[in-house]
Design a protein around this ligand. Sequence first.
Ligand code: XMP
Ligand code: MG
Length: 180
Amino acid sequence: MISKDIQKVLISEDQIEERCEELAKEIENDYNAKGEIPIIVGLLKGSVPFMAELIKRFTFACEIDFMSVSSYDGTESIGDVRIDKDMDLSCKGRSVLIVEDIVDTGRTLKEVKKLLLRKGAKDVKVVSLLDKPERRVVDIEAEYTGFPVPNEFVVGYGLDYNQKYRNLPYIGILKPEVYQ
Ligand code: XMP
Ligand code: MG
């Protein structure tokens, strides 16, 4: 039982699903108004459950892709962002919606956005399940955010601690003794 390592459930599965419903509608309205086929790009691996929950609610035409970037080791973000897997599709001239699990310092998103724009993307927006505003060190905000979270290490619904807990169906705070 991995849930014994969870101190507190912050956001329940029902709350996440309800919020995904709202976010999907908002995103759908925006992209319908643009009349374009966007590429929805999930950042592996943390975005996977959230991305699945979102895109199944979209009724507009979209393409999906994934990228894998690393900037994070254990519970601390480290400066540089490395591209481990790039997009398969070309983003040149396209509208791209990045799907992220959490915006923490903001470094990852800033670098990924910069990279996609350099490759010729027409428009890059971000939807993030969580936002930890207290930790921000670079000036970036997701256009669409699920929930703000306090400055605590959270896991579940895609978010991991050393690759574990991604499969929990809720967002929880890890007991400090697990990572101390
Ligand atoms: P930055 O600092 O670049 O980091 O915004 C974004 C990435 O850091 C990871 N991250 C977390 N992962 N619990 C996690 O499981 C957290 O509380 C947390 N804070 C940041 C995450 O991978 C995110 O994509
Ligand atoms: Mg991530």
